[in-house]
Ligand binder design. Structure first.
Ligand SMILES: [Zn+2]
Ligand SMILES: [Zn+2]
Length: 293
């Protein structure tokens, strides 16, 4: 773990934190006016974002508000006017974001902080533990939003990889997630590229492969051919279908499905976020396709 400290005075600005891959869902907001947004990154972790360092808001220490920088959209602060948190020495070190529809986060200013301490050992791909944390689904209140945004970003990568081709996704979660949007956005009459998923323990032959980024280092799973790197949570959902939760025996809102045998997986679909896809295409410098069908 490392502690980020103030470059100007050396004061510790965070608790010890371990590096994680920047989550794709963090590139976009959620809905409109959504309150009580969760932290972008888990407590005890940090992630390198696009030009920033993301920290869970509760992990920051020794900072105070800059009173003239408390601008927000409507329900809180967003840091439109620049850093809104200062170190005790006065250095502007971070921006707290806490407003409706945006993931709660503190962005550290990379030039104002430095990491001290020993980074965690990197777990090798083949030693990553996928099983001890159950794969969550709809029972996690923010699952749909995280996965929808992440799938939107992934869809943008697949569209770029498709070029002028039509894409046929592998049966199962990959097709469930992407085929409908691919059919809408790509030409109906064109050469076909196959879309599959590959990664640790998962070998696939396809023209375009969805592969995971390492959950600590963001290293892309080494695979030959055309790859679209995605975060580990979405990758696991797509690649390890057997770990997806099933409808609970108690039913609840899943009651209508209880006559199925075997019980169906839930929730069946991840819906790729359209805004997340468009934002990702713009970041890649690509135009946003219009539905062709
Ligand atoms: Zn300082
Ligand atoms: Zn609001």
């Amino acid at each position: 773990m490392v502690v980020f400290e103030c470059v100007a005075c050396g004061a510790a600005l965070t608790v010890p934190v371990a590096q994680v891959d920047f989550p794709d869902h963090g590139h976009d907001s959620v809905g409109n006016g959504v309150l009580h947004m969760p932290a972008l990154v888990e407590p005890g972790t940090w992630a390198a974002g696009p030009g920033w360092i993301a920290i869970a808001p509760g992990d920051v220490r020794g900072v105070s508000w800059l009173p003239d920088r408390l601008a927000g959209d409507c329900c809180g602060v967003t840091g439109w006017e620049g850093p809104n948190l200062a170190c005790a020495c006065g250095a502007e070190v971070a921006t707290r974001v806490s407003d409706c529809s945006v993931w709660a986060v503190v962005w550290l200013e990379p030039a104002a902080v430095r990491a001290v301490g020993e980074p965690d050992a990197v777990v090798r791909w083949e030693e990553l533990d996928w099983e001890s944390t159950p794969l969550v689904g709809g029972e996690d209140e923010w699952w749909r939003d995280r996965m929808g945004n992440a799938a939107g970003v992934a869809l943008a990568g697949v569209l770029v990889a498709a070029g002028t081709a039509r894409v046929v996704a592998a049966d199962g979660p990959v097709a469930d997630t992407f085929q409908r949007a691919l059919d809408e956005l790509l030409p109906a009459e064109a050469p076909v590229k196959a879309l599959g998923v590959a990664g640790p323990g998962v070998v696939a032959e396809a023209d375009v492969l969805l592969v995971p980024r390492h959950p600590q280092t963001s290293e892309v799973w080494p695979a030959s051919g055309t790859v679209v790197p995605i975060g580990a949570e979405l990758w696991r959902w797509l690649a390890r279908e057997h770990e997806q939760p099933v409808v609970p025996a108690t039913g609840g809102r899943w009651e209508p499905y209880l006559s199925d045998d075997p019980l169906p997986r839930r929730p069946k679909r991840v819906e790729p976020g359209r805004f997340a896809m468009e934002g990702a295409l713009r970041r890649l410098g690509r135009s946003v396709p219009r539905p062709s069908r």
